[in-house]
Ligand binder design. Structure first.
Ligand code: LLP
Length: 425
């Protein structure tokens, strides 16, 4: 599942750059992003979904270079804050190909969206409707979609399941709140409803939940047509496509998803007598995740209480996913031959919390020692984008690797940076 390759001397390489060299040049921890891998994943989406608009979900990870790659590969963007939106536009992205999401859009979010001219704003609550209409003003018109909750449960962890009633996102399809919001939007001349949106969850590895959600949302589109005489031209099925974090983990197959979604869309529209809407999707993790590698240095090794602990110089402040969702990674040691003798090892971070565990009982070379480099593949999504300032260690830098060359994209957050924001006495 990773773009790391083992070199004959035991070193690992990403994008043709040996990890020892990357560590020397950028220090550790550092995140490496394989540009060719990101681009290949964008292209795989374009190939699998030739008739759809693919929007990369910026929350997975965003920086200027990535914005440019996404742009050059012909994808749109899904953002959920003024911060993501303004970075993308500053990097030259066409705002008309950007969708704004969010269950609690701030005045700044909406102001940026309208000022910069985002393509679509996805309404998540009824109170947004009048608020947005007032901001648009009497002469303008903003394209919007409505996020509906189809009542389908899916996703890799309870905290990332968003397809059923009882969680905070969207408006229920079953209790009528989605229908109610749709009616109100249709009564607002400042808003143009282009379609419906749903995002049922993240790290989903099967296609069935998508098909079930699609059927229900198309059913709602038919009811909208019956009630209001309006044929909505767009259907956004969100993201959530699951990837393998460890060898052998299940992953969602893109071509299968594309084929089955298209077939289901055509069939359910035929049954409902609807013109087939344009399909939109919003993958985040599946574009960026496998293209990233986190590189750490081992700071301590100890055998105690019946376990071997290896502690590295990063952890839950750059990757909160194990602590939040209990997920486990498959770290690889740099500088050992593949036939090195291994033993079960628990890889932990440097943070003052016992839950700061990256990998539990994974086989790592028995002679692992302080100073070694440890690579964590599949680190490109929801790690740095969810990084925190815990323990004031500073956030790691990001470098792009491509054809044997590395270049810095985001610099390390220094301890001076950390202190600079603290302006009180
Ligand atoms: N569209 C919407 C409206 C979303 O809320 C999300 C993710 C996506 C698209 C992209 O989903 P993806 O294709 O990346 O699964 N922090 C969690 C994942 C949270 C996902 C939030 N929304 C994790 O690390 O697993």
């Amino acid at each position: 599942p990773s773009s790391t390759t083992r070199l004959p001397d035991g070193d690992l390489a990403v994008g043709g750059v040996p990890l020892t060299e990357a560590a020397r040049r950028f220090g550790t921890p550092v995140y490496l992003l394989d540009e060719a891998e990101v681009r290949a994943r964008c292209r795989a989406y374009r190939d699998a979904f030739p008739d759809a608009d693919v929007h990369y979900a910026a929350k997975a990870f965003l920086c200027r270079a990535l914005v440019r790659w996404i742009d050059e590969e012909g994808l749109g963007l899904d953002v959920c804050s003024a911060g993501e939106l303004e970075l993308a536009v500053a990097a030259g992205f066409d705002p008309r190909r950007i969708l704004l999401h969010g269950n609690a859009k701030s005045p700044r979010d909406l102001d940026s969206a309208l000022r910069l001219g985002v393509g679509r704003i996805v309404i998540d609550s009824p109170s947004e409707i009048a608020r947005l209409a007032a901001l648009v003003g009497p002469h303008g018109r903003q394209k919007v979609m409505v996020r509906v909750v189809p009542g389908v449960s899916a996703g890799g962890h309870e905290k990332i399941r968003t397809g059923t009633d009882g969680q905070k996102f969207g408006l229920s399809l079953t209790d009528g709140s989605a229908q109610h919001a749709i009616a109100r939007i249709l009564g607002q001349p400042q808003l143009e409803l282009t379609g419906l949106h749903c995002h049922i969850g993240s790290q989903i590895t099967g296609v069935r939940p998508y098909l079930a959600a699609l059927r229900r949302v198309v059913g709602l589109m038919a009811r909208v047509r019956d009630a209001h005489g309006v044929a909505l031209p767009e259907l956004d099925m969100g993201g959530g496509h699951g990837i393998a974090y460890r060898p052998g983990d299940p992953a969602l197959d893109l071509t299968t998803l594309a084929r089955r979604l298209r077939a289901e869309l055509v069939e359910s529209c035929a049954v409902a007598g609807l013109t087939v809407p344009r399909l939109l999707i919003e993958p985040g993790r599946a574009v960026a995740g496998p293209a990233g590698v986190a590189l750490y240095r081992v700071l301590a090794v100890k055998d105690t209480g019946g376990r071997t602990f290896v502690a590295v110089d990063g952890g839950m402040s750059d990757n909160p996913r194990p602590a939040l969702y209990g997920v486990r990674y498959a770290p690889r040691l740099v500088g050992r031959r593949p036939d090195a003798a291994v033993r079960p090892t628990t890889v932990v971070g440097r943070h003052c919390e016992a839950g700061d565990i990256l990998a539990d009982g994974v086989p790592l070379p028995a002679d692992i020692r302080p100073g070694d480099l440890l690579a964590v593949p599949v680190a490109g999504a929801y790690q740095l984008s969810m990084a925190s300032g815990y323990n004031l260690v500073g956030r790691p830098p990001v470098a792009a690797v491509r054809e044997g060359e590395a270049r810095l994209l985001v610099r390390r957050e220094s301890l001076e940076d950390v202190q600079r924001r603290d302006v009180g006495v």
